[in-house]
Design a protein around this ligand. Structure first.
Ligand SMILES: C[S@@+](CC[C@H](N)C(=O)[O-])C[C@H]1O[C@@H](n2cnc3c(N)ncnc32)[C@H](O)[C@@H]1O
Length: 397
C-alpha cells in the first residue's frame, strides 16, 4: 500500500471521531460523544482490575468481551490502520562512545544508525537537526566516515556536544533550525525525536532539497500556532489533539510504574480542584504550570504548597488537602474510566501526522517508508519516517 493510500485509510477512521478528539474528559461527567454512542454504562461499570488492565495495555488490546460492539469495532479499526512494519537491526557501539549516555538513548542510537546505514553510505553529509547533546552526530561521523553537522538551538547543549565529541568529521552549530535550515541534495537529514514544528519543518526542507531523511517525531503538540495544518492529505489538528499522541499505555511507564503515573494524574486533578476552589482561574492542564511535573509523584501536599506559593497564596490547610484528596479519589475513578476511548486514539493521531509528513515526501518523488524503529520500552515515540531519492536504500521492514 502506498503512503497516500495508508493515509487515506487512517483519515477515514479518524474523521468520524472528531467529536471524541474535541472533548477531553476533564470532569467526572459523561461526555456527549460517550452518551451518544451508548458506551457510558459499560465504561462506568468497569471493575478496578479491568480498568488497570486497560490503562496498562490500552483499551485497544484489553477490551472486555462484554464491551459494546461499536467500541470493539472502533478498536479493531484503530489497531488495523495504526499497525506499522518494524525496522530491526542494531549497530554495536563501544563503551567509551556511550559513556554517560542513558540506556534507552543508547538503544535508540544503535537502532537508528543501523537503519540509515545504506542511506548514509550514499550521502555526502549527515545533518542532525535538533542534535541535543550531539550523540548521533558524533557517532555517525565516526561510523560512516562522513561529515556530520549537528544543528541545535540550545547553546549549552552545543557546548556540551563539542566538549564530548572527538570525531574529526563532526561539527556543531547553535542555530534555530526553524529559521535557518539549508539542506543539499546529497544530505541525509536526521531528526531523532525532533519536536512538533521542527518535524514538520524538516519534512518540508527535505521535500524541497529532495535528499535523504530519517525522522522520529515526538511532542507533536510543540507548535507555535494553535492548529497544525496538514502537509499533505492529513487533517487539521489542534494542539490539544496533538498532545494526545504523547499518551502511552504500558504496564511499566517509561519513567515510572503505571500506578505511580496514575497516582500523579490524580494528584494533578486534585490540585486543579483545590486551586479552583481558591478562586484561581485555570485552563485544563495548567495547574502544574511552573512546577516540575515529577513533583506530582510526591502527592497533593507537596504540589499544592508549590502551586499556592507561586501565586502568593496562603499554604494549604490539612482539612483542604484531605477534602480534595478524597474528592479526587472518587471523581478521578470515573474520569479514568470515561477517558479510555479517547486515549485509544493516541496512536491514531501519531500515525496520522507521520503519514501526512511521509505523503508530502512521497509527492516530491522520494522513496518513503514509515515503520516502527524501536521497542516501545526503548521509546514509545518510535515511528520512523524514512525518505530517500533512491528507494532501494531505505531500511528493510
Ligand atoms: C527531544 S530532544 C532530542 C535530542 C537528540 N536528537 C536526541 O535524540 O537525543 C529535541 C532537541 O531539539 C532541539 N530543538 C528544538 N527546536 C529546535 C530548533 N528550532 N532548532 C534547533 N534545535 C531545536 C531541542 O533543543 C532539543 O535539544
Amino acid at each position: 500500500m502506498s503512503v497516500a493510500d495508508h493515509l487515506r485509510r487512517v483519515r477515514d477512521v479518524t474523521l468520524p471521531l472528531r467529536d471524541i478528539l474535541e472533548q477531553r474528559v476533564d470532569e467526572p461527567h459523561v461526555p456527549r460523544w460517550c452518551e451518544s454512542r451508548g458506551w457510558a454504562t459499560f465504561l462506568v461499570g468497569l471493575s478496578e482490575s479491568e480498568l488497570v488492565d486497560a490503562e496498562a495495555h490500552g483499551l485497544l488490546r484489553a477490551m472486555p468481551e462484554r464491551a459494546p460492539d461499536s467500541l470493539k469495532a472502533l478498536a479493531q479499526d484503530v489497531l488495523s490502520v495504526t499497525s506499522l512494519p518494524r525496522v530491526s537491526g542494531s549497530t554495536p557501539l563501544g563503551t567509551e562512545a556511550l559513556r554517560n549516555v542513558r540506556l534507552r538513548k543508547r538503544a535508540q542510537l544503535s537502532g537508528l544508525l543501523a537503519a540509515v546505514r545504506r542511506m548514509a553510505d550514499a550521502a555526502e553529509r549527515v545533518v542532525d537537526v535538533g542534535a541535543g547533546s550531539g550523540h548521533f552526530t558524533r557517532l555517525s561521523a565516526d561510523l560512516f566516515q562522513r561529515e556530520a553537522l549537528g544543528l541545535e538551538q540550545s547553546a549549552e547543549r552545543v557546548a556540551s556536544a563539542k566538549r564530548r565529541s572527538t570525531a574529526a568529521l563532526a561539527s556543531f552549530v547553535a542555530v534555530d533550525a526553524l529559521a535557518e535550515l539549508r539542506l543539499e541534495r546529497g544530505d541525509l537529514a536526521i531528526g531523532l525525536h525532533a519536536c512538533g514544528a521542527l518535524g514538520d519543518h524538516l519534512s518540508r526542507a527535505v521535500a524541497s532539497a529532495r535528499c535523504g531523511l530519517a525522522l522520529v517525531s515526538c511532542c507533536l503538540q510543540k507548535i507555535p500556532q494553535d492548529v497544525r495544518l496538514p502537509l499533505s492529505g492529513g487533517i487539521e489538528l489542534r494542539r490539544e489533539h496533538l498532545g494526545l499522541a504523547n499518551l502511552t499505555s504500558q504496564p511499566r511507564g517509561v519513567e515510572a510504574s503505571i500506578e505511580v503515573t496514575i497516582g500523579a494524574r490524580q494528584t494533578r486533578y486534585a490540585l486543579g480542584q483545590l486551586l479552583r476552589a481558591r478562586g484561581v482561574p485555570l485552563e485544563p492542564g495548567a495547574e502544574m504550570s511552573g512546577i516540575n511535573r515529577r513533583q506530582a509523584n510526591a502527592g497533593l501536599a507537596r504540589v499544592a504548597s508549590l502551586a499556592l506559593a507561586l501565586r502568593a497564596l496562603p499554604p494549604p490547610t490539612d482539612h483542604e488537602l484531605a477534602h480534595h484528596d478524597s474528592l479526587a479519589a472518587k471523581d478521578y475513578a470515573l474520569i479514568r474510566r470515561l477517558s479510555l476511548p479517547r486515549s485509544m486514539l493516541s496512536r491514531l493521531v501519531e500515525v496520522l501526522v507521520s503519514l501526512d509528513r511521509a505523503a508530502h515526501l512521497e509527492e516530491q518523488g522520494l522513496g518513503v517508508r514509515v515503520a516502527e524503529l524501536f521497542e516501545p520500552a526503548v521509546s514509545p515515540r518510535n515511528i520512523g519516517i524514512f525518505a530517500n531519492p533512491d528507494a532501494g536504500l531505505l531500511p528493510a521492514a
